[in-house]
Design a protein around this ligand. Structure first.
Ligand code: F1P
Length: 306
C-alpha cells in the first residue's frame, strides 16, 4: 500500500494561488457586488475569515471608502443588537458557508440590513441567507487548513478598492515554489507583525502555523511589538514582518539574536510563503495539515436553528 503524502491537498492548493488570484482579480474588476463607497460597513467571519475581514476593513477605511469595522461573528455588534452601530451593509466571509456564528448573524440581519456573503461553497446555507453572493468556487479547498480561499477572497476585496495586485501574483510564483531553508523548518517559534491592512495577515500567518504545525506562534501590530512581546525574541526563533517596517525595528531585532525576516515581498506573496513554510514544517514533524488535530472544515455548533 502506498502511503498518503502529508498535506497533499494543502500543497496543491497553496501552489495554485497565483492562478487563482489572477481569476479573482478579473472577477473583482467585472463585478460590483460589494457595498458602495461611503457606506458604513461591518465585515464578519470566524477563524481565518475573521482575519481576512480585518485586512479588508483596514484597507477600505484607509483608502477613504468609508467606515469599515471587522468583527469575529460571535462578537459582532451589529444593527440587530445595537441600534447605535447603524451599519448600511454587512459583508460575511466564509469558505464553507456553514459556520454557525456567521449563519446566526445573517439570519438576524435578514430584512434589516443588506448583506453580502463572500463564499467558497455557493450552494451553502449562507448563500440562501445573504441578499447577494460573491462566489469564488474555484478557490474552495479540500484541505481543512485554508490557504487559497482566504487569499483569493482578500485579493478580490482589495482589487475592488482599486489596488493593483498583478505584482503580488508574480512574486507569489516564487514564494510558493522556492525551497524552504532548514533554519525555518527547524525554528522553535514564530512571531508575525504587520501594519494597517497587513495586521490581519500577521494574525492569519500565526493561525496557519498553529493549525498546520501545532506550533507556538504570536502576532501583533508591528508598533505594539516593542511594548513587551519582543522579550520572546531569541536565537532559534523567528520574527517575520509583513509590509512596512517601523523605524528602528531592524536595529532592535539585531540585539535579540532572533532571525528577523523583512523581505520586502508583497505582503500577499509573503503570506503564500508562510503557507509553504507551514507545510514543510508540518511534514518535517509527521503532521498532516489536510487533517489537523481537533479541527474540522468548519465549526458547526449544536444550537437551536436561528
Ligand atoms: C472558518 C474556520 C476556519 C478554520 C477552521 C474552522 O471557516 O474557522 O478559518 O481554519 O477550519 O473554520 P469558514 O467560515 O471560512 O468556512
Amino acid at each position: 500500500m502506498t502511503e498518503a503524502i502529508l498535506g497533499a491537498h494543502m500543497d496543491h492548493e497553496l501552489t495554485s494561488q497565483p492562478a487563482v488570484w489572477t481569476r479573482a482579480i478579473a472577477q473583482a474588476r467585472e463585478e460590483h457586488l460589494l457595498p458602495a463607497d461611503g457606506l458604513r460597513v461591518a465585515v464578519i467571519g470566524c477563524g481565518t475569515s475573521w482575519f481576512i475581514a480585518q485586512s479588508y476593513s483596514a484597507a477600505r477605511e484607509r483608502a477613504g471608502k468609508g467606515l469599515t469595522d471587522p468583527f469575529a461573528a460571535s462578537e459582532a455588534f451589529l444593527n440587530s443588537n445595537s441600534a447605535a452601530r447603524d451599519y448600511d451593509a454587512v459583508v460575511a466571509i466564509t469558505r464553507s458557508g456553514t459556520t454557525t456564528e456567521v449563519l446566526e448573524q445573517l439570519a438576524a440581519l435578514k430584512g434589516n440590513v443588506r448583506t453580502v456573503a463572500l463564499l467558497g461553497d455557493v450552494e451553502s446555507p449562507a448563500a440562501a441567507l445573504a441578499d447577494s453572493v460573491i462566489g469564488l468556487p474555484y478557490a474552495d479547498e479540500k484541505s481543512v487548513v485554508q490557504t487559497r480561499f482566504a487569499t483569493a477572497a482578500l485579493v478580490y476585496l482589495l482589487t475592488s478598492l482599486g489596488m493593483d495586485l498583478t505584482g503580488a501574483v508574480e512574486e507569489a510564483r516564487h514564494a510558493v515554489s522556492d525551497k524552504v531553508p532548514l533554519e525555518l523548518v527547524e525554528a522553535e517559534q514564530f512571531t508575525f507583525l504587520g501594519q494597517g491592512w497587513t495586521v490581519g495577515l500577521a494574525h492569519e500567518a500565526g493561525l496557519k502555523m498553529r493549525e498546520a504545525v501545532q506550533g507556538w506562534t504570536e502576532s501583533y501590530p508591528a508598533m505594539e511589538y516593542r511594548h513587551g512581546p519582543i522579550s520572546i525574541a531569541a536565537p532559534g526563533r523567528v520574527t517575520w514582518l509583513f509590509g512596512e517596517q517601523p523605524e528602528g525595528l531592524d536595529d532592535d531585532m539585531a540585539k535579540t539574536g532572533a532571525l528577523y525576516l523583512n523581505t520586502g515581498r508583497h505582503p500577499l506573496a509573503e503570506l503564500a510563503r508562510v503557507h509553504k513554510v507551514a507545510l514543510e514544517r508540518a511534514r518535517a514533524r509527521g503532521l498532516d495539515p489536510d487533517r489537523p488535530r481537533n479541527l474540522t472544515r468548519s465549526v458547526i455548533l449544536d444550537v437551536a436553528a436561528p
